[in-house]
Ligand binder design. Sequence first.
Ligand code: NOJ
Length: 467
Amino acid sequence: MLNAETNQYRFPEGFWWGSAASATQTEGAADVDGKGKNIWDYWYEIEPNRFFNGVGPQKTSQFYYKYKEDIQLMKEIGHNSFRMSISWSRMFPNGKGEVNPKAVLFYNQVINELIKYGIEPFVCLFHFDMPMELQKMGGWVNREVVDAYVSYAKTCFELFGDRVKKWFTHNEPIVPVEGGYLYDFHYPNEVDFAKAVQVGYHTILSSAKAIKVYKELHQDGKIGIILNLTPSYPRSQHPADVKAAILADAFFNRSFLDPSVKGEFPAELVQILKEEAFMPVINEGDLEIIKNNTVDLLGVNYYQPRRVKAKENLPNPKAPFLPERYFDYYIMTGRKMNPHRGWEIYEKGIYDILKNLRDNYGNIECFISENGMGVEGEEKFRDENGIIQDDYRIEFIHEHLKWVHKAIQEGSNVKGYHLWTFMDNWSWTNSYKNRYGLISINLNKDGERTIKKSGQWFKSVSLNNGF
Ligand code: NOJ
């Protein structure tokens, strides 16, 4: 609704305002209270030089110790909901077996504290952090890891499901496929398309199986998945460019979106995998499980568009097989950039995703589960009072929210907007290079928290339910 006087853009009542974060990126305490190693702890041990400024995952933002202060700050900046993730290797140091009581205590305290402040916990079970013991068995390549994951998920539902009513099986599941098995930015740093396909397939299977278990427990909540639905735009309407965009979309978006929402895989992708002899191992009964256990709720992460064009050169037949055999990336002249991160800003992309979900995915209930602006060297925007003057972030959020609002007016079933992220955190191999938070962290002052200008602005948006 457009409301002329106070708010120009008013959002539906009960709209979810908040942010998202993940365990490995915020908790710290990586080897404390019985936590087992995950792939990040291990990779940092053997190759610290792969991480920006050599900063690893051991301490991150100390949420493990400062969660009370942090949750108060969330309240202070108007959160009514917050997505966190549970660290699998904190819960199960070996990935399976005995649950770690100190982890149960910690997550109970965090969940209770959020609820005490009227902030609904949204909980994700897997955010890039495979327990190392399971990675030694092959990680998602090994089907036994699917079973270990389902039993970990079941334990979490049983322990926390009386209070947690929104669960997510995975965060951006295409990313561990890309990072770990195609493009070398997650451990185990392999470049192996066959494994990548098997990992993707097992991840989807694990999601469907966890959904099945959740439904069997009748816990009266919702379960979904968080996907980074980077829209693929063709350079032109030439059929070859359009086809390139369709295939990029099939590889990177529909590979997870279709099975998660429709219970089936995109025909274009299956055809390529068959033609190229890369079909994964599928056991009898799997496809039925995937078909019958789709998500209730979809989280949409959106940062930037993917622009593609038809391939201009023949691929090197000896190079490893990568999806880029089917398209080239295209740089659009005049694109708007985030100069502090080198990513394109295209606000309408968020609307295009929501429209696609409305028209082609049964208008499934969804929310923007991540959107945000990374800024390198953000300290230079700190003023004499110690406040980061991040007007660029305010503008970024504001412009995206306008498109979300338009989508709502046109019937999109989008229920909320979560920013990445609450406070500056550790971004995998980029470590603390790019800052995304509504709250800054001063790593030289024991992680001191200071609300940025955007944090105050976000509060007013949440309290007014619009702007
Ligand atoms: C997506 C991921 O979920 C999160 O872990 C990451 O840090 C942000 N994007 C920012 O790149």
